[in-house]
Design a protein. Structure first.
Lengths: 279, 288
């Protein structure tokens, strides 16, 4: 597989309120492959957002390189092109929505690309349809649930036809139903539209559905692999301040009680199947 | 200091064409020392209801009585009421406003006209209760705190007013697993050791199951269910019908039951679920 984003030895520092330099990223090297869905997880303050903000040139490296689709984010000439190909969805949709009508909000990005009117209309229709938001197109975002608002924010990014979408804890402030709605749509966009997806999250139940995961701690990448391989390493995951997904936690506890379960269970369905197959 | 709510009604933008009724004839009583979880879909009215408990909102119909005083009585001492019924908001950034942790927590006691020594003592005491070391954090800049530390500082600021009732409005949202665990331990201790009545609004069914003794389910501005935590989570079909999820530890038991395993208990946390399943399998082996 070919990387769409290549990060090499990236270091980033910022100045704290008290004037001290804080090392937020310390020698990070990683790739994001075309078409994959990658989870980046780690405790608050581990550097997830700082790393992701380099992917669309919201931040530029203090040292090291970030190459997006062949272009360096350090070069200001590339910024506009990179932001068009890598879209970002933030935690709080209220920080992202700009218009009082859903379809106008979604049209905002394409309008700024200077596209012809017909193309804008097509893109808005397509984004609305892709996220099942057609019924809300004339509504005010304020009249929608938080989950729906987040979907509108995603539609706005989608209408830019990016190659890659970064979602920075998109479900942190949603209720369980909203979380489910957003996750299902994100997975579907990745599958059906082939959009490379980077999901920053604390919810291990979401990580389970991703192709690969990266665990960060103190500005460094501590683990990389598939969720199935990494969640086997319960002690290491916990030492990095994270949890296993609930099904893996249950399986882990049951194994300690002597039940002969496999070590790589990720979902409740798998757990129940394995339990029912016990002799 | 019990809270009694009778036939409470409330509308947003009342008297305008946009009037929207959000609470419909709610009646309930919360007694001293209870740990009540309030759950429900977003915009079901959980926060609107809880903001009546310390007179941040006033009823449009019905009444709210706290410690024998009507909140809507013009003679009621609302300042005193709000000190006794503390409210911690979802977003600590809306609550914290001073430069340092110590200054922020001291704000309440200062307004209660305590002297310097008393204030320092109280700040140190509440910082200990939320697990923030005084020497490390007293002078710490609010902006240098992690998400979990901010939540704890916000809770400490409310505790410094010596509340008898603490309302926690989705205080774990956006925290990482470790931060979440820390806050849950703090809340459990406040209830068990300090005997503070806790009203815990949450979007996480897992947390409500793990912490609360009684659960009130709100849907579309009405009480949908109200009862002991295990009784509420037994009614999974009803909870699902209003768009709520079931805690994972209960889902797994249900899925096993559907496959023919006999598992009698409703577990409220991981340890209980593991025990329940392990015991069932051990018994099955012994019976063979």
């Amino acid at each position: 597989m070919q990387p769409i984003i290549e990060v090499t030895d990236l270091t980033y520092m910022y100045r704290s309120g008290s004037g001290k330099n804080v090392l937020a990223l310390n020698g990070v090297t990683m790739q994001v492959y075309r078409g994959e869905i990658l989870a980046i997880t780690g405790q608050n303050g581990s550097g997830k957002s700082t790393l992701a903000r380099h992917f669309n040139a919201l931040l530029t490296p203090k040292s090291g390189t970030v190459i997006v689709d062949g272009l360096s984010v350090a070069d200001k000439k590339n910024t506009a092109i990179i932001r068009r190909s890598v879209g970002m969805v933030f935690q709080n949709p209220d920080n992202q929505l700009v218009s009082s009508v859903v379809e106008e909000d979604i049209a905002f990005g394409p309008e700024n690309l200077g596209l012809p009117q017909a193309e804008i209309v097509d893109r808005v229709d397509w984004a609305l349809e892709s996220l099942n938001l057609g019924a809300y197109r004339h509504r005010s975002p304020n009249s929608l649930s938080e989950g729906q608002k987040q979907l509108v924010a995603i539609a706005g990014v989608l209408a830019m036809k990016p190659q890659c979408i970064i979602l920075d804890e998109p479900t942190a402030h949603l209720d369980p139903k909203g979380r489910c709605e957003v996750l299902e749509n994100v997975l579907r966009l990745n599958r059906d539209e082939g959009i490379t997806t980077i999901l920053l999250t604390h919810f291990m139940n979401e990580v389970v559905h991703c192709d690969r995961m990266i665990v960060m701690d103190q500005g460094q990448i501590k683990m990389t692999g598939t969720p199935r391989d990494l969640f086997k390493l319960a002690d290491q995951i916990k030492a990095l301040g994270l949890d296993l997904p609930p099904a893996s936690q249950l399986a882990h506890g049951l194994k300690l009680k002597g039940l002969a379960l496999p070590g790589n269970i990720l979902t409740l369905e798998e757990l129940v199947n394995s339990l029912c197959q016990l002799p | 200091m019990p809270i009694t709510v009778k036939d409470l009604c409330f509308s947003y933008q009342k008297g305008t064409p946009f009037e929207k009724k959000v609470l419909h004839n709610i009646s309930l009583t919360i007694d001293d020392g209870e740990f009540v979880g309030i759950i429900g879909p977003t915009q079901s009215g959980k926060t609107t209801l809880a903001q009546h408990f310390n007179a941040l909102l006033m009823p449009h119909g019905g009444s709210v009585t706290v410690n024998g005083y009507l909140t809507s009585d013009p003679q009621a001492d609302l300042v005193d009421l709000r000190l006794k019924v503390g409210y911690v908001f979802q977003n600590p950034d809306y609550q914290l406003f001073a430069q340092t942790v110590g200054e922020d927590i001291a704000f309440g006691p200062q307004n209660q006209k305590l002297n310097k020594e008393e204030i320092k003592e109280r700040v140190a005491a509440v910082m200990a209760q939320v697990g923030l070391d005084y020497d490390t954090f007293n002078q710490r800049d609010i902006y240098a705190l992690s998400g979990g530390q901010k939540r704890r500082a916000a809770i400490a600021g409310v505790l410094a007013c010596k509340p008898e009732i603490l309302i926690l409005d989705d205080v774990t949202a956006g925290l990482d697993p470790r931060g979440r665990e820390e806050i849950m331990t703090v809340i459990r201790d406040l209830h068990q050791k300090q005997k503070i009545t806790i009203i815990f609004i949450s979007n996480s069914m897992d947390e409500a199951a793990e912490l609360a003794e009684r659960v009130i389910v709100i849907d579309q501005g009405r009480i949908f269910l109200d009862g002991a935590v295990r009784e509420i989570f037994k009614q999974s079909a009803q909870l699902r019908s209003i768009g709520l999820e079931i805690p994972e530890v209960i889902s797994v038991i249900e899925m096993l039951q559907k496959r023919g395993c006999v598992l009698p208990t409703i577990p409220l946390n991981l340890a209980e679920a593991i025990d329940c399943i392990a015991t069932a399998y051990r018994e099955r082996e012994e019976n063979r």
